[in-house]
Design a protein around this ligand. Structure first.
Ligand SMILES: Cc1ncc(COP(=O)(O)O)c(C=O)c1O
Length: 245
């Protein structure tokens, strides 16, 4: 039983479409946060949204994103007479401009179709890469993934070699989630030993191109380049790097 004082905030930054046991982000926690940053499935370049059933929280958030002001510039004129605004809480400037938000609606209307395309592309990757040294996350039977990324783990410390091989073939593979303890700002001498699992995934994973307009012949080129990289980087005989749990 979770105590009332504990609040659950879901980081659903790129999980607009996902479900677990039929429930969507925000239906389990006190609030869920979505990102509309440029790389996301639903995007207006920057910004995001919070969903919550807690009216007091919604009100506090609405104020927080507008310098803590009690009424936005437009709302000050509701009722046709000017109303003073106040600042009763510390805020910041983090509102989503209407001019950006208007880009979202047509994308949301298309989301189910786009997810089907992403799902099909992911299954093609999975079928083509079965039996290779690469590994990728599996999706629980009770879950629908937003299929935002198709990350693969490259064993034997060869992630960057494979990344370079793909780059030389003109393929824009990328690394989405570095291991935080490996970043210069946070790095310590013992980082790899202290955070072996984070290191394993963060330093061994790359993301393959995945977007609804990716054509199958383009995806086949990615797969062919990946297969070539297995031989050129000596991965065919590579032992999977050990994971310490
Ligand atoms: C899991 C996760 N949380 C949070 C964020 C941050 O989102 P934003 O760039 O809108 O701040 C990202 C962005 O990639 C993310 O992937």
């Amino acid at each position: 039983m979770i105590p009332e004082s504990v609040k659950i905030i879901e980081d659903a930054a790129h999980c607009f479409e996902g479900t677990r046991d039929g429930r969507r982000p925000g239906q389990l926690g006190d609030a869920a946060i979505f990102s509309f940053y440029a790389t996301k499935n639903v995007t207006c370049g920057e910004g995001g949204a919070v969903v919550t059933n807690d009216l007091a929280l919604a009100d506090a958030l609405a104020q927080t994103v507008q310098h803590g002001m009690s009424a936005s510039a437009a709302r000050r004129f509701e009722g046709h007479t000017y109303r003073h605004w106040d600042i009763a809480r510390l805020g910041t400037k983090a509102n989503l401009p209407d001019l950006l938000a208007v880009l979202l609606e047509p994308q949301i209307a298309e989301i189910d179709l786009q997810l089907q395309i992403r799902e099909r592309l992911c299954r093609r990757y999975e079928a083509a890469l079965a039996g290779t040294p690469f590994k990728w996350p599996t999706i629980d039977a009770d879950a629908v993934s937003a299929r935002h990324l198709f990350p693969i783990h490259v064993p034997g410390g060869a992630r960057d070699a494979v990344l370079n091989a793909l780059g030389e073939a003109g393929i824009g593979a990328t690394v989405n989630y570095r291991c935080v303890p490996a970043l210069s700002l946070y790095r310590t001498a013992q980082a790899q030993l202290r955070f072996p699992i984070s290191w394993h995934w963060g330093e061994g994973t790359l993301s393959l191109p995945l977007y609804p307009s990716l054509r199958e012949d383009e995806q086949d080129e990615v797969i062919a380049a990946l297969r070539r990289s297995i031989a050129t980087t000596g991965l065919s005989g590579a032992e999977p790097a050990p994971i310490a749990f």
